[in-house]
Design a protein around this ligand. Structure first.
Ligand SMILES: [Zn+2]
Length: 430
């Protein structure tokens, strides 16, 4: 039996799951009867301390970077070798699930423990990274830790406030961090080999396909904007229907039109109207203006752009027919983030080696990996989400899936030198 076979035998998956559950209640949650672990709250700080202990026990040297990311490092055969980062986030949404984010971190700890406990040194270092602010559930900015690590601009965020009025500056000071030094979290590109993130799917696709795991090909890009519709307010009793310019009725036709458009392009993009408002908003007044949010997601930048133009054309034609004005406001674009093709293939072959059906998915949700794809070769592994449930206390995982994910990750780490340009030396027992 070779080393790799022995590595995948132990109960790493069960321990990773147990640790996520352990972090699911006080003192690792800031709400009673559920999980809420926002950035730099008491629960997050407690989770950071416990995680540091687990990382240390697994054989890592541990530090916290200036953005509050806990980093455990396991040196390679030679000191200061470039590192494969394995990570995700340990913050949560309000009343969230135990596994969103935390599972990817715990699986990273298990991977290191598997190599370290056997004295295997790889031709590169392993670093487990636990970002503290992916969800943006405390301050109005998400993915702060991964953004800072990849050297992406975060702007002047020191005076951003949470719901209690506390500034980011104060929150960081309370955790022994200095917001003015956040830029120092940036890593040198040459010190990083690649980034691997395991995460629950948070959707129903894998369960429907009866597949435990999938390699992620890309994280979808987003076009997000508001359409403001300008009609004419009037008395609900005196203005005949034929003479109305009802902004809300026009907006509703737009909602259904956008849905029909997305259904007709089901392989290219998804589109959602999540919010609609009408003014003045009275029972006896014809709505004079309305506003609707539109969000389009696609893994293909051209599809995304084309879909945006199609939505605008549709909105324009409905507005023209109904004699209302319209404009697009607050347009934001997030480019699709493609994973590295070589690493996607490596995950696929690992999934195949586990005797599982090979699935490749686009991630419709944003993840820390988004901040990495244009910086270092990036890979993401999805685990099936029972019921497709996430961001909810009923979020769950299947232990056997987690064990399989662990095996695929160990396979990925072991075979990484085959696809990335590192001298493919054998791991040595020291
Ligand atoms: Zn997450």
């Amino acid at each position: 039996m070779n080393k790799l076979e022995r590595i995948v035998e132990h109960d790493a998956g069960a321990r990773a799951v147990r640790r996520c559950e352990e972090l699911g209640c006080e003192p690792y949650s800031d709400m009673r009867g559920g999980l809420f672990r926002p950035y730099l709250g008491a629960a997050h700080k407690a989770a950071m301390a416990t995680l540091r202990g687990w990382m240390h026990d697994a054989g890592m040297s541990v530090r916290t970077d200036p953005a509050g990311t806990v980093i455990g490092r396991y040196e390679g055969a030679e000191a200061n070798a470039p590192a494969l980062l394995i990570g995700s986030h340990i913050d949560s949404v309000w009343n969230g699930g135990f596994y969103d984010g935390a599972l990817g971190v715990m699986l990273g700890v298990e991977c290191v423990a598997a190599f370290a406990s056997r004295g295997i040194r790889l031709p590169f270092a392993l670093e487990v990274v636990a970002f503290g602010d992916e969800e943006g559930s405390r301050f109005p900015l998400s993915m702060l830790g991964s953004r800072a690590m990849a050297g992406k601009a975060v702007g002047d965020v020191s005076q951003m406030r949470d719901r209690t009025g506390a500034t980011l500056h104060e929150a960081m000071r309370g955790a022994g961090l200095d917001v003015g030094r956040m830029g120092e979290a940036r890593r040198n590109r040459q010190d990083i080999l690649a980034y691997l993130e395991a995460h629950i799917e948070q959707g129903p696709v894998l369960e429907h396909a009866d597949a435990p795991l999938a390699a992620v090909s890309a994280i979808a890009g987003i076009q997000r904007f508001y359409v403001r519709v300008q009609g004419q307010a009037g008395h609900a009793g005196t203005v005949p229907l034929s003479m109305r310019r009802d902004a809300l009725a026009a907006a509703c036709e737009m909602v259904l039109g956008i849905e029909a458009l997305a259904r007709a392009h089901v392989d290219d993009f998804v589109a959602t109207v999540g919010k609609i408002e009408a003014h003045p908003g009275a029972v006896n007044v014809i709505p004079g203006s309305a506003s609707l949010s539109v969000e389009i997601r696609s893994a293909d930048a051209q599809c995304l752009e084309r879909a945006f133009l199609q939505v605008k054309e549709l909105v324009g034609s409905i507005a023209g027919r109904r004699h209302v004005g319209w404009e697009v406001q607050d347009h934001q674009t997030f480019a699709p983030a493609p994973c590295d093709g070589r690493l996607v293939d490596l995950l696929r072959s690992g999934i195949r080696a586990e005797g599982m059906p090979e699935h490749v998915l686009v991630s419709g949700a944003g993840h820390d990996a988004m901040m990495m794809t244009d910086w270092v070769p990036t890979a993401m592994l999805f685990l099936r989400s029972p019921g497709g449930i996430s961001h909810h206390p009923d979020e769950s995982v299947i232990v056997a899936d987690v064990q399989a994910a662990f095996a695929v990750m160990v396979n990925f780490i072991t075979r990484l030198p085959e696809v990335l340009d590192i001298s493919a030396r054998q791991g040595t027992v020291v």
